[in-house]
Write a protein that binds this ligand. Structure first.
Ligand code: ZN
Ligand code: ZN
Length: 127
């Protein structure tokens, strides 16, 4: 079993290598095992909590079952396959003028947004 303090850097490593864009805790545990890191689910959970607290990871704002986590970084939006739940990063799809119009209409100061486009990924389209 990996020592607890070694798990957070190994999580960041795994994510930086980028086999996927965002990970559920189950996927992260499995990928760590594949990379030879024997961390159990609750150690991975605690390590992810710690990395979230340190601002190194963020939770992807999608409610479709298990929460998914990704490396903190530049703002981007997401594309999700409704059949296989694949998740991809896409450049921001919201334009500044649209946000300004919302702010004017509602009186809100808009500070953030999360956009998820649903669709079928190329592999699922072929099935
Ligand atoms: Zn993302
Ligand atoms: Zn955006």
């Amino acid at each position: 079993m990996a020592r607890p303090s070694r798990i957070p850097p190994q999580i960041l490593d795994t994510m930086t290598r980028g086999a996927r864009h965002a990970w559920t805790l189950e996927q992260l545990t499995a990928d760590l095992h594949e990379g030879g890191v024997q961390a159990d689910f609750s150690s991975v959970y605690r390590a992810v909590e710690r990395l979230l607290g340190e601002g190194r990871l963020v939770r992807v704002g999608i409610d479709d079952g298990a929460p998914r986590f990704e490396l903190a970084g530049e703002h981007h939006d997401h594309l999700r396959c409704v059949r296989c739940a694949a998740l991809e990063a896409i450049p921001c799809v919201v334009d500044r003028a649209g946000l300004d119009a919302v702010a004017v209409r509602t009186g809100y100061t808009v500070t953030a947004h999360r956009v998820v486009l649903d669709g079928l990924c190329p592999a699922c389209r072929q099935r």
